[in-house]
Design a protein around this ligand. Structure first.
Ligand code: SAM
Ligand code: SF4
Length: 366
């Protein structure tokens, strides 16, 4: 499903800033845009996608994503992350990356290249890592929820997937897309036995392992006995992960214990740790037990071109629809400002009356 648009009114590569930097009504600068380029996926991770619902939303032509990205960049966005669904499934991805890589920041002293990343399940990464790097990609994050092939296949529900993803991670490091970040969502009683093995993996493979607390964003699991439904009890919290790793003595190291690292930026979502010898890095992203909404710098664009101001929004805002109806850039930037102004102050996970968002993670873009 591809939308046909009128000739885009494109901004020059290093667009002049359009007014003030994009901010919401809580004073948060929006510098980080996540763009889903498909809601299709070739995995069915038990905590994310049952597969019952398939692809639900349209995919736009790459020129359309590019035009929307250019508008956000003209308003101060400096980081772009392509995601999905599984973004490596999209044909023409390399050309899209090439075009985004030509854009420059507009609110910095000098125009600078964007921070351009992809989040992928890694299944197709081994062959695409070097071409993505050559196209101008800066970084890659690979999701990997177990470091043994049996548990991995049980999570993704795709046989023999582990070796391919491991090869993808290694190819990304070799291509210079590192340090590769490896995201792991822990589910109690399912893969939480892997915490220490992930620490070894980080040290051995020289990757940053990031544990992410599971959020209530999974597809509905009716009729799917393997799928997991979110509950607070199933979430493995930051405190538990830190306690486990503090008690752990990595192989070849005389002492146990984590060493905390300073944040890379004020809007950093992960708490960062290493071990006494500085080998390995562990990040913990704790949206459930330690929400970081107060310094959230993100908005999202779904594969069908809707703006979502929070993962937990109850509605989305149809930017692509306005483009398709022929709105000029000035009108679209005004619309983006108005939508971002209404960004939610915070999420309400675990609070009485919490409602799941109107889309699940795979259909938003993580
Ligand atoms: N398919 C790609 C992948 O898996 O990396 C990109 C999309 S996926 C939705 C993006 C990230 O969201 C992955 O790291 C995944 O583990 C994470 N994720 C998915 N569902 C989640 C949930 N309910 N809570 C926390 N993280 C989740
Ligand atoms: Fe697909 Fe990524 Fe969700 Fe797994 S986490 S089902 S790979 S979108």
């Amino acid at each position: 499903m591809t939308a046909t648009l009128p000739t885009p009114d494109l901004l020059p590569l290093s667009a002049s800033p359009v007014g003030e930097r994009l901010r919401d009504s809580h004073g948060r600068a929006i510098t980080d845009l996540r763009v889903s380029i498909t809601d299709r996926c070739n995995f069915r991770c038990v905590y994310c996608r049952t597969g019952n619902e398939g692809a639900q939303y349209a995919e736009l032509a790459h020129e359309d994503y590019l035009r929307m990205i250019r508008l956000f960049v003209s308003l101060g966005v400096e980081k772009i992350r392509l995601t999905g669904g599984e973004p490596l499934l999209r044909a023409g991805l390399l050309e899209l990356v090439q075009e985004i890589a030509k854009l420059r920041t507009v609110f910095t002293h000098e125009p600078e290249p964007l921070d351009l990343a992809v989040t992928t399940n890694g299944h197709l990464l081994a062959q695409l890592a070097q071409p993505l790097k050559d196209a101008g990609l800066t970084r890659v994050t690979v999701s990997m929820d177990a470091v043994d092939s049996e548990t991995f296949a049980a999570i993704t529900r795709v046989p023999r997937s582990f070796d391919r993803v491991l090869a993808g991670i290694r190819a990304a490091s070799t291509a210079g897309l590192g340090p590769v970040k490896v995201n792991c969502v822990l589910l109690r009683g399912f893969n939480d036995s892997q915490i220490e093995a992930f620490a070894e993996f980080s040290r051995r493979e020289d990757v940053i392992v990031r544990f992410i607390e599971w959020m209530p964003l999974e597809e509905a699991s009716s009729g799917d006995s393997n799928a997991r439904s979110w509950s607070r009890e199933a979430v493995v919290s930051l405190d538990e992960i830190v306690a486990r790793l503090n008690a752990y003595r990595p192989e070849g190291l005389g002492i146990s214990g984590l060493v905390e690292l300073p944040p890379n930026a004020a809007s950093e979502t992960a708490r960062r740790y290493t071990f006494a010898d500085g080998r390995g890095e562990i990040g913990i992203i704790a949206p459930v037990s330690r929400p970081f909404c107060g310094h959230c710098s993100r908005v999202r664009l779904t594969s069908d071109g809707k703006i979502r101001t929070c993962l937990f929004s109850q509605m989305d805002h149809d930017l692509a629809g306005r483009m398709i109806r022929g709105a000029p850039d000035a009108e679209l930037t005004r619309y983006i400002r108005q939508v971002v102004n209404g960004k939610e102050a915070r999420h309400h996970i675990g609070e009485p009356g919490f409602e799941k968002p109107s889309r699940s993670m795979v259909h938003i873009g993580g």
